[in-house]
Ligand binder design. Structure first.
Ligand SMILES: Nc1ncnc2c1ncn2[C@@H]1O[C@H](COP(=O)(O)OP(=O)(O)O)[C@@H](O)[C@H]1O
Ligand SMILES: [Mg+2]
Length: 249
């Protein structure tokens, strides 16, 4: 479903070059949930922005459902749902339904399709009671649901969430987790980034750890626990980072 092959990304910052990703390769199968784990500045957002066609890799390739993110970005965009950060970007003065209708029109969905999709998502996410209320009175958790519904209105095959729970309270974070489980049951492929180890263990089939642009681990949690002879992911993560400089330089 997603092939990231030897992706390197350099940014030119004033006169200096910053290498945000170094030869990163990850394959994600259909229906999998992958967690990108890394500290601030590790390169998570850069990778997600590259997948979502917002930026182009300096070298290497990314394919989404067989389409190249640089050469065939329109095909890629159709198949992706993307939510960056926990800022929902909803219009307060509109109702939840109106917000969704607005975004559906941006996706080019027809009237009937929009109605059907909104009904389906409202049912799936338990938003029916407040679908026709103005967003201004919504809790963070309610907003989060509407924002995620907006991200997947066009029924994308792959969904990218960049630090979806950063800045959210526990209740809203739990809302996010529940929705991810639901989307998994629907067979969606999901990639999300986090610097919260627990979140990754709760949600993911596989984990990709990134440190200073290097992929320091990619695989199942079971395999990682076995290799490290520990199930303490916090400890494993930290020790991978410390070793990262020697082992993966
Ligand atoms: N547009 C940009 N210009 C210059 N440097 C950037 C840009 N975007 C990201 N970087 C740098 O790339 C590195 C990775 O950043 P980022 O992908 O945002 O990390 P993360 O999302 O894991 O916190 C950081 O050193 C960051 O400063
Ligand atoms: Mg980031």
């Amino acid at each position: 479903m997603l092939q990231i092959h030897e992706v390197t990304k350099q940014f030119k910052d004033k006169k200096k070059y910053v290498t945000a990703l170094k030869h990163v390769s990850i394959n994600v199968q259909e229906g999998e949930i992958i967690g990108l784990l890394g500290e601030n500045g590790a390169g998570k957002t850069t990778l997600l922005r590259s997948i979502s066609t917002l930026i182009e890799p300096s070298s290497g390739t990314i394919h989404v459902a067989g389409y190249d993110t640089v050469q065939q970005s329109a095909e890629v965009k159709k198949r992706l749902g993307v939510l960056f950060g926990s800022e929902t970007g909803l219009y307060d003065r509109l109702t939840a339904r109106e917000n969704l209708e607005y975004f559906a029109s941006l996706y080019g969905l027809g009237k009937h399709e929009t109605k059907v999709r909104i009904e389906k998502l409202a049912k799936m996410f338990g938003m029916r009671d407040y679908l026709d209320r103005r967003v201004s009175g919504f809790s963070k958790g309610m907003r989060q649901k509407v924002a995620i519904a907006r991200t997947i209105l066009h029924d994308p095959e792959i969904i990218l969430f960049d630090e979806p729970t950063t800045g959210l309270d526990i209740t809203s974070s739990n809302v996010f987790r529940q929705l991810v489980h639901q989307l998994k049951r629907e067979g969606k492929t999901i990639i999300f980034s986090s610097h919260i180890v627990e979140e990754v263990t709760l949600l993911c089939d596989r984990v990709a750890m990134i440190h200073q642009g290097d992929l320091v681990y990619e695989g199942t949690l079971e395999k990682l626990y076995e290799e490290e002879a520990s199930t303490d992911l916090n400890y494993i993560f930290m020790s991978k980072l410390v070793r990262g400089g020697n082992e993966y330089a």
